[in-house]
Ligand binder design. Structure first.
Ligand code: NOJ
Length: 566
């Protein structure tokens, strides 16, 4: 089979709320994106992925959609959207929409109708259930089962008017759609076709491994210290998930020019990902797995665990090997749900911020798979200084804080320590365009304060400085487009037991690339086989002075190439 176009593509993710505000209301919008398309095109990326821009009460910043076929007025209009799409296409890029169909907003007309009463024609479009047998509806513990919601509290909301509960894995304003009902599926496919007919080039599918549930909805194992049980095993990768995605493929994508589909799947295993991304099965092109961003999590959710580089390498190594023959990887450090990578695995202090951001970018992008760049990552944007819980806006941070502190008796400072390091708002501070007030993001008051480091860290400064993180990312993306070994080469992990260096090779035909990243603030010599020959090889890319004898400076990355003659 011919290689699909997205094997050599790089995707740039925009979180519209925080990207660029054109009208001074403090919230990013579509015209703001239109104004900054050259920044994105200048990086050389192939695809733009837009986080949700549909009408929404914004309970979860747009991941609660109240109308799938329109644009949120705060962001603009369908006419603005068409202009944006044209602007993206004119620059030779493609546009991928976010598809949020595990749940809708409770303000979507489907849910409003469903909620109207037990005999509503759309009652079965959502998961309505009576109280637990023998319990008084609406009283503590009477929920249909013990599942906790991802955002804290029960996953069930009581509806006094009908005396029943509806399921919401996320917030109570995000009721889960019932994919068992074929009418729901047909309505979703019709909506997807409407967007594709309008010219969009694919979808990023939000928590799409949650759509098939164990329909018996059993209690989950109680979570330690919590009143709730873990429903994950009954809603993740359920019995009909593959069937639903295959059906979606037939109804929506078959017969169209090659699109890009990427399925967000928290908890997906390598074995399952092979099935989801096997082109012969016609489900999705690639998945977002979570193993590497959960590497620094442990048994206690409110403790920070340091990164063990050997564990991280083990995870990437498993994914690279597992999808080497069949299927395809996505590669990401950042998105709107993850803390900034330079603060997480690099050093965001003034001395090494840029160098470590480049090292992390190179190590990620030179794996086999399709890399994703999240807005601001190309500037080395950092986590933000959140002082108290009042500084957070994210429903997840606030919900989990309430659950942990108010209901589980956790020390507020312990919870805050973790939220400061991991909270999703770290990724959502406004994009830093220039050194003018509010980083040029808005002329009004930003919905979330701008990171105070914007006078140094901003796009205008980065564009001017040939040594910036931005220009390094540009070079990295260009390397993917010009060196076939980056796209197709076999991956081999080196030094699996080394806690300081991340090293691997990529080999295609007679070309071999060697990548070594120093994950420490110290000087480290790479003790690899054939080191002397590599030290003499062509140095394609680095973020510090060319090393001697493979002795890497703090946070240095090197990319060497050797070509053997036949
Ligand atoms: C995953 C999205 O990325 C996240 O932002 C959202 O809160 C949940 N899905 C629920 O839609």
């Amino acid at each position: 089979m011919e290689n699909p176009w997205w094997h050599s593509a790089v995707v740039y993710q925009i979180y519209p709320r925080s990207f660029a505000d054109s009208d001074g209301d403090g919230m990013g919008d579509l015209r703001g994106i239109i104004d900054h398309l050259d920044h994105i095109a200048g990086l050389g990326v192939d695809v733009v992925w837009l986080s949700p821009v549909y009408p929404s009460p914004q309970d979860d910043n747009g991941y609660d959609v109240s109308d799938y076929q329109d644009i949120e007025p705060v962001f603009g209009s369908l006419a603005d959207f068409d202009e944006l799409l044209a602007g993206v296409h004119e620059r030779g890029m493609k546009l991928v929409m976010d598809l949020v169909v595990n749940h809708s907003s409770d303000e979507h007309r489907w849910f409003v109708e469903s909620r109207a009463g037990r005999d509503s024609a759309k009652r079965d479009w959502y998961w309505w259930r009576p109280a637990r047998e023998g319990m008084q509806p609406g009283t503590p513990g009477a929920e249909p089962n013990n599942w906790g919601s991802v955002f804290g509290g029960s996953a069930w909301e009581y509806d006094p008017a009908s005396g029943e509960y509806y399921l919401h894995i996320f917030s109570r304003k995000q009721p889960d759609l019932n994919w068992e009902n074929p009418e729901v599926r047909e309505a979703v496919y019709a909506m997807m076709n409407w967007w594709l007919d309008r010219g969009v080039d694919g979808f990023r599918m939000d928590v799409i491994d949650h759509i098939s549930k164990d329909t018996s909805l059993p209690d989950g194992v109680p979570r330690p210290g919590s009143a709730y049980g873990d429903g994950g095993p009954y809603w993740l990768n359920g019995p009909r998930n593959h069937e639903f995605l295959r059906e979606m493929h037939q109804r929506v994508f078959a017969g169209r020019d090659a699109m890009l589909t990427v399925a967000e799947m928290p908890g997906v295993t390598v074995q399952e990902a092979v099935l989801y991304t096997d082109p012969a099965r016609r489900e999705v092109d690639m998945v977002f797995q979570f193993d590497h961003v959960w590497v620094d999590r442990g048994a206690d959710p409110w403790l920070l665990y340091p990164l063990r580089l050997t564990t991280l390498k083990g995870i990437f190594g498993r994914w690279q090997a597992g999808l080497a023959e069949v299927g395809w990887n996505s590669l990401y450090w950042n998105n709107h749900d993850q803390p900034r990578i330079v603060s997480r695995f690099g050093d965001d202090g003034p001395r090494y911020r840029e160098r470590s951001a480049k090292m992390l970018g190179a190590v990620l992008h030179l794996h086999r798979g399709t890399p994703y760049v999240y807005q601001g990552e190309e500037l080395g944007m950092t986590n933000a200084p959140f002082a108290t819980i009042a500084d957070f806006r994210d429903i997840e941070a606030i919900g989990q804080y309430t659950q942990a502190v108010t209901h589980e008796g956790r020390a507020p400072e312990d919870v805050l320590t973790v939220l400061r390091a991991r909270g999703r708002d770290n990724a959502r501070t406004p994009m830093q365009w220039d050194a003018t007030p509010n980083a040029g993001f808005t002329t009004g008051t930003p919905w979330l304060p701008v990171n105070p480091n914007y006078p140094e860290v901003n796009a205008v400064a980065a564009a001017k400085d040939p040594d910036s993180v931005y220009h390094f990312y540009r070079a990295l993306i260009e390397l993917r487009h010009t060196e076939p070994a980056v796209v197709h080469g076999d991956f081999t992990m080196l030094l699996p037991n080394d806690e300081r260096l991340y090293a691997f090779t990529r080999a295609l035909g007679g070309t071999t690339l060697l990548v070594i990243g120093n994950f420490t603030g110290g000087t480290v010599r790479a003790e690899i086989d054939d080191a002397a020959a590599w030290a003499e090889a062509e140095l394609l890319l680095t973020n510090a002075a060319a090393p001697r004898d493979l002795v890497l400076e703090p946070w240095q990355v090197v990319v060497y190439r050797r070509v053997s003659r036949p």
